[in-house]
Structures are given as structure tokens and as C-alpha cells.
Design a protein around this ligand. Structure first.
Ligand code: COA
Length: 535
């Protein structure tokens, strides 16, 4: 055993930094929690009360009843649409939970938010959920009740939105089961959700599944009709055959959905191994690791020691490229390779070490965890001459073509191409979560504002014009503020650039749930199949 020692001083006269870090983190966490509460509040009191008066369950209540008792639900992208004109949460709940012992990807429309209509962020969130189901081979259960496309924003969703139905049938073609439970409206394009699912359950006198409702039919053909004869559960169960199961009410529909999952004969590729030791250090201390000011470095081993089994970590090449910590551990019994930024900057040595480490993980079929706190690759004459572009490219090549599952956690900074090399969003990590302390952008706000100012000054000089210093100071301050706000985790989560902002104390649990989810698909590393490594 190679048990990590902790450098954190958590009590006594030397613990001032720890206490300050902890206070800063708790403050940020409270702000995130306030936004999560908005997502849980759905469309607000009035619409929630109206929904209940109709005798209906809320989206999250439906999910809770569907899951095995006392099992966790890993909710994804709860802050989708944050900072946009649409409600936080994007009128859709998505996440991973266990039904009859089977890990499933669950989606549930929130009908209290504008009738559950899909806006551009709902669409992105739903497409992301499908991507997760496909990559990790998770059966999909859709709890449907939606007004279809959010009509005023149709231009953003109609054309790309077709992918939702394509995804369902591709999942089915890949042998991944899909189940639709229809609690209410599922009309027009929405009708293809049950239409393309392997198994369909509809709720009596509630489900409405038709391509066109009575007014549209009247306009199109002059025919007089009503909701029930066009698309009620009874009609679909007896006449059209679209419904496989006729549920008497909502709890009955959930019971039937659980029965369907039970009969899927779904076998996980690699079940979780039995028992594993917890870390030796308290997860609560993760609150005090990251300094409020990200320019102050911290030791990522203090994080690793609090998330891996038994705090046991075999470091790879500790003396070489020391600004990136790499090594082997287990998390909830699953073997993992970890890459964690130590001093922020990535140099040539760090990049080469990362490329080698990623190749090793692929040779051994070991999933990788990337813990981000990087300001990017080193710039400057010495480093350019030393080949930093080639070496950074090597690391990015290795990350891009690696086929073992990648999990990313943004703990602190994640700037520039460092975000790419550490498996940022565009590099398809299976899951990516942020801590409330994270910041991500092309570069830091001050640096970006400074670069803009230097460029503007040079441009004025080239034109022989005087430079307005006062306007420059104002512009710099404004740009700094804008970039700072656009670097923050709630903003990035709102745009679906991560799968959620998590409490640092939950990191081990969240990563454990993710590792369990990824093992529903075979974990196979790339043996070769990398691009040309420039040496
Ligand atoms: N696009 C934009 N807004 C929508 C919407 C949609 N597709 N569906 C509902 N809304 C809005 C409503 O205008 C209403 O807004 P308001 O409260 O500010 O007045 C709010 O969402 C709630 O709708 P409401 O009709 O009061 O809720 P309901 O639960 O009684 O009925 C529906 C829900 C979905 C059955 C009903 O709103 C409906 O039929 N919508 C249109 C469905 C449709 O034809 N969609 C196009 C499919 S491609």
C-alpha cells in the first residue's frame, strides 16, 4: 500500500488558510444550492399547485417512485438554461438511477414549466442524456408529458430536434432498451417518443398521443374529433396498438415501467466489485483544499487522498514533470488512472508524461480521471524553442484517441488548451463535473483584457492615432468583468458545458456512480490507433 500523507492543516494555529478556503467554498456552494432550488421549484408555486390539483405527480416525484427504494439518483445538468431567458433546469429532469437493479438513464419532462415544452436548452439537455445512454449502454426510460416544441423558439429546435427521435431508434438498434411512459401530452413530434421506443406505457384518460390535435385535424381535413379518439391511452391500447401497457393511473404506470425493466434481461458487463476501503481522510476537508484565489497553488494529492479507496495512490513518474501528478488508484473498487494538475502550468515534460500515462491506461483498459487546475501550456521563447506545441499536441492526441472512459472534474482553473489536454468538454469525457470553485475560459480575465488592450494600442499606433488611455481603462475593466462572469461554473453549466456543479464533498460518490455507469459498456483501451505523435 502506498498511502498518501495529507499536507492540509485542518486545525490549530496554522489552519488559517484552510479555514479561509473553506469559507470561500461554502459561500460559492450556497449560491449554487440557491440555483438548484430554482430547478427543483419548476414552474413556480402557481403551476405546481395547478398540477397537483389535477391529481398529477411532479417530475421528480415520478422519478423517485420509479427508482429502487433508498438508491441514489445522479441528476445531470440541473442548472441547464441558467443565465438564459428560460427557467433554470430547462423543463426537463435527467439523470442516472437504479430500477429493479438496472442502472438506467431517466428523463422526465417538467410539465409545470410552460407545459413541459422543449426550448433550445431542453433539447441540448435531452441530446446530452441520449449521448450518455449510448456511450455507456444504459437503458433509457422517458417519463413524458410535454407541450412539444416551445413554439416561439421553434427556429432553434425544430431542425436539430429531429435528432431526438433518431437517437431513440439508434439506441434500440444498438440493443439498448428504450421505455416511454406517457403521463400526458405527447403530441406532434412528441408522438415519436413513444413511436420510436421499444416499450410503451400510457396512462388512462391522461395520455394524449397524436400527430395533430382536434383543431389541427379540423383545419386539415374538416373531420370532427376529440382527444380520446385521436390519441387516448384506451384507443392506443385497444385499437392502434401503439401502447403496450394500459396504466390505470400514474402509480400504476410507474409499477408497469418497473416490471418492464425487470424483464429486460439486462446484464451489466462488469458489475461493481464487492467491498472497498473508504479514504483515510474526511471528505468534509475537501471544502478547504482550493484557495479562494486560484492563483494560489494547491496540492492535488490532498484531493486524491480524500476520494480514492484507502487513500492508496501509486504515483507514476513523481520526479518528472512534477507540475502534473499522475498515478494509479481504485475508486469504489474500480481501477483508475488519475491525471491532476499540481502547479497549474503544463510544460513539455508534463505533456509527454501525460501522453505516456494515457497510453499505459489504454494498454491496461483502465478508466482515467482528470482533475483540472491548469492555466494552460507554458508560453515564452524558451518553451516554444523547447517544442511546447509538439508536446502539448502529443498530450491532446493521446486524450483524443484514447478509448478508455474519461471522467473530468474541474476543481479550479481550466484555461486555454490546458482544458483540452485535460479532457475538456469537446474531448468527450463520459462525464464532466465542476466544483463551485472552478473557472474555465480561453485565458484569465485580466490576461484577456490586457491582450485586447495591447492589440488596440498597436492598432492605434499603426494608424498614427493617439491612444485614449481613459477609454482603455474602462474597456479593460468591462471586459475583465464580462470574462470573469462567463468563466464561472453556473454560467458554464447553464450552457451544458458540464454535467453539473457538485459539492466537493460528493466527489467520490459522484465519480463512483459514474464509474459504475461506464462499466455497463465494455472498457476497452486503444491498442495503437493514435494519430502521429510528433517527437
Ligand atoms: N410553446 C410555448 N409555450 C407553451 C407551449 C408551447 N408548445 N405549450 C404551453 N405553453 C405555455 C402556455 O402558453 C402557458 O403560458 P402562460 O402560463 O404564460 O399562459 C404555459 O405554457 C402553460 O400552458 P397551459 O396551456 O396553461 O398548460 P396546460 O397544462 O393546461 O396544457 C398543453 C399544456 C401542453 C396541453 C397545452 O399548453 C398545449 O396544448 N400546448 C400546445 C401544444 C402544441 O401544439 N405544441 C406544438 C407541438 S410541435
Amino acid at each position: 500500500m502506498t498511502v498518501l500523507a495529507s499536507s492540509l492543516v485542518v486545525s490549530g494555529p496554522e489552519a488559517a488558510d484552510y479555514a479561509a478556503n473553506r469559507d470561500a467554498m461554502l459561500e460559492k456552494l450556497a449560491a449554487v444550492e440557491a440555483e438548484h432550488a430554482k430547478a427543483i421549484g419548476g414552474g413556480g408555486e402557481k403551476y405546481v399547485a395547478r398540477h397537483r390539483e389535477r391529481g398529477k405527480l411532479l417530475a421528480r416525484e415520478r422519478v423517485e417512485l420509479l427508482l429502487d427504494p433508498d438508491t441514489p439518483f445522479l441528476e445531470l445538468s440541473p442548472l441547464a438554461a441558467w443565465g438564459s431567458d428560460y427557467a433554470v433546469g430547462a423543463a426537463l429532469v435527467t439523470g442516472i438511477g437504479v430500477i429493479e437493479g438496472v442502472e438506467c438513464l431517466i428523463t422526465a419532462n417538467d410539465p409545470t414549466v410552460r407545459g413541459g415544452a422543449s426550448n433550445p436548452w431542453t433539447l441540448r439537455k435531452a441530446l446530452r442524456a441520449n449521448e450518455i445512454a449510448y456511450a455507456n449502454r444504459l437503458p433509457v426510460v422517458s417519463l413524458v408529458e410535454s407541450g412539444g416544441a416551445d413554439l416561439p423558439s421553434q427556429k432553434e429546435i425544430f431542425i436539430p430536434g429531429g435528432a431526438l427521435f433518431k437517437d431513440l431508434t439508434r439506441l434500440s438498434a444498438a440493443g439498448i432498451p428504450t421505455v416511454a411512459v406517457v403521463f400526458g401530452n405527447s403530441t406532434a413530434g412528441g408522438a415519436y417518443i413513444p413511436g420510436m421506443s421499444d416499450h410503451v406505457i400510457m396512462v388512462k384518460e391522461r395520455a394524449k398521443v397524436f400527430l395533430g390535435g382536434p383543431p389541427l385535424v379540423k383545419m386539415a381535413t374538416g373531420e370532427e374529433s376529440d382527444d380520446e379518439s385521436l390519441g387516448g391511452a384506451d384507443m392506443h391500447a385497444r385499437t392502434s396498438g401503439l401502447a403496450d401497457y394500459f396504466a390505470l393511473d400514474e402509480p400504476d404506470a410507474i409499477r408497469l415501467a418497473r416490471r418492464v425493466v425487470r424483464r429486460l434481461n439486462w446484464r451489466k458487463v462488469e458489475p461493481t466489485s464487492g467491498s472497498f476501503p473508504p479514504p483515510l481522510y474526511d471528505a468534509d476537508e475537501l471544502l478547504g483544499v482550493v484557495p479562494g484565489d486560484l492563483r494560489v497553488p494547491f496540492d492535488p494529492r490532498d484531493v486524491i487522498a480524500r476520494i480514492v479507496d484507502g487513500s492508496d495512490f501509486d504515483e507514476f513518474k513523481p520526479l518528472y514533470g512534477a507540475s502534473l501528478t499522475t498515478g494509479w488508484a481504485a475508486l469504489h473498487g474500480y481501477p483508475v488512472g488519475i491525471l491532476a494538475n499540481a502547479q497549474g502550468v503544463l510544460f513539455s515534460q508534463e505533456s509527454q508524461k501525460a501522453a505516456q500515462f494515457i497510453q499505459l491506461a489504454n494498454q491496461r483498459d483502465i478508466p482515467l480521471i482528470f482533475l483540472h487546475n491548469t492555466t494552460g501550456y507554458m508560453v515564452g521563447r524558451e518553451y516554444e524553442q523547447g517544442g511546447i506545441i509538439k508536446h502539448g499536441a502529443m498530450m491532446i492526441n493521446a486524450v483524443s484517441n484514447s478509448t478508455v472512459p474519461h471522467l473530468s472534474v474541474l476543481m479550479g482553473a481550466s484555461y486555454g488548451a490546458g482544458h483540452y489536454g485535460m479532457c475538456g468538454r469537446a474531448y468527450d469525457p463520459r462525464f464532466l463535473f465542476s466544483w463551485p470553485s472552478a473557472k474555465s475560459a480561453v485565458m484569465g480575465p485580466q490576461q484577456l483584457a490586457g491582450v485586447l488592450s495591447i492589440v488596440a494600442r498597436a492598432s492605434a499606433a499603426a494608424k498614427g492615432r493617439p491612444y485614449d488611455e481613459e477609454a482603455d481603462a474602462g474597456l479593460r475593466a468591462m471586459v475583465e468583468q464580462q470574462i470573469e462572469s462567463e468563466s464561472l461554473p453556473m454560467f458554464l453549466s447553464g450552457r451544458l458545458y458540464d454535467d453539473g456543479v457538485i459539492d466537493p464533498r460528493d466527489t467520490r460518490t459522484v465519480l463512483g456512480l459514474c464509474l459504475s455507469a461506464v462499466h455497463n459498456a465494455p472498457v476497452e483501451g486503444a491498442r495503437g490507433g493514435f494519430g502521429v505523435f510528433r517527437m
